[in-house]
Design a binder for this molecule. Sequence first.
Ligand code: ATP
Length: 242
Amino acid sequence: MTALLTVADAHVSYGKVEAVRSVSLEVRPGEIVTIVGANGAGKTTLLNAIMGVLPLQGTVSFAGTNLGPLDIEDRVSAGLSLVPEHRELFATMSVEENLQLGAFRNAAAAARSFERVYALFPRLQERRAQLAGTLSGGEQQMLAMGRALMGQPKLLMLDEPSLGLAPRIVADIFKIIADLKQAGVAVLLVEQNAQAALQIADRAYVMELGEFVLSGAAKDIAADQRVIASYLGFQHEEAAAS
Ligand code: ATP
């Protein structure tokens, strides 16, 4: 199947420090792909560069279009969206106003997007008049994802969606990610919770010190001895003990 997103030989630097080195990846339509790696491996940097927030050397193409010359807004229009690690909601605006900011300017398309987002996150509909800053952490993550979905992306990039959330809420968020796949949205997922990410993903890349060191089917990566030792060992022991 032709890839939706193709990144070829990407390099991203902060001044003289190269945070992403020679990274290539693919996400196919409707696929969940995860990037696992330790703190500081370069995962956030890579997502931001794909979105156009940071300059990238190399090639990024999306649905057959070279994204190089496109600014962030045009990348969103092309069908790419990023939910950043810190969610970046407007705290003093309501849930509905935050969602509106992610909507198409076309009123009919916006109405359809609201319907779709509220169907996926009934909690946001219940709380649509509440100020974003007063939502719980899990609700804020849902709102950040909902806002990104208002633009009807073909590919949603999620940076640490489970960060700081209680296990039960993490399970809800992962269930929604699986629902998105069913709805035909491809997902590029960056997660510290490698166990949960590898369970839900079709394919995975392992990132260390700015480079991909391993890639393959998520179930194969989850069974890899080095991955178990570095990223899953403790969680495996916890799961076995509970
Ligand atoms: P985490 O899971 O902790 O967010 P990460 O894999 O997402 O880690 P990045 O945040 O992309 O990693 O960071 C990759 C490297 O780039 C790190 O060494 C980090 O210190 C460095 N870095 C990140 N942002 C900047 C910045 N604005 N200026 C300089 N260096 C940065």
